[in-house]
Design a protein around this ligand. Sequence first.
Ligand code: ATR
Length: 277
Amino acid sequence: MDRYAVIGHPIGHSKSPLIHTLFARATGQALEYSAIEAPLDGFAATLDAFRAAGGRGVNVTLPFKLEACAYADEVSERARIAGAANALIFDGARCRADNFDGVGLVRDLTVNLGQPLAGQRVLLLGAGGAARGALQPLLQAGPACLVVANRDATKADDLVRTLAALGLGHGVLSACGYPVLAQHAPFDLIINATAASLHAEPLPLPPQVFGPHTLAYDMVYGKGLTPFLRQAQAAGVTRLADGLGMLVEQAAETFAWWRGVRPDTRPVIAQLSVPLT
Ligand code: ATR
């Protein structure tokens, strides 16, 4: 049987083995998908051993997404722009890297949640790896404006400058700190790509960013109503979503890349979703 795995540290709570097993069952693909915890200083050695044992590909999660780019012989443009890879495929002696997090996000927003992106006002919170991975796919979808806000505004500036140097985001992409957001009109879509929800911390968001039709999207999943989603709700927002759909959609993109068959994501999202309460 073809072998795949997710590699991270820690890896205990990963939903990827369950998601890929459900995909394999639904598409009739014979494969085995496990979770591997690599030592913090042993990512490459763990991958080498998995390949030697017949591994065909892996998903990569924290904290190895950067190292995954360095390990690969070939890195896709979007993984290069994201500065991180979340999927590897082993083609004989060659290893190729890609990043499906951003396309997974865009697909969840547009297909599952019915949120258009073209011509919309979008606010992206955070300037770490998660935000960086989302930027290019979001820009490709043609928003009217995409504002990146971060606690440390210089990091948001740096991110926007990096994209500008690649010829991306001109006239659409801008950066700021949280206080400046009070001067903006409400956004159609606000995506929380910060690590604040993981620590159950609220964000210093002025309430003016939320409008009655805003979709508030938290990339974190399985935590119910996060402080960010509660802030949105308190400001009158009724359209709330967590990142489970993004997780399942990126997994489906990876599965299609590996196996040439795209699984139906809806039954898997329905099976794994937890009510936002
Ligand atoms: P990741 O790779 O998951 O994006 P990261 O690179 O460590 O993680 O980035 C974490 C992001 O969450 C940063 O944008 C960070 O803001 P700063 O750059 O200003 O530190 C943001 N973040 C974490 N905790 C936060 C909080 N309590 N309030 C606002 N932003 C927070």
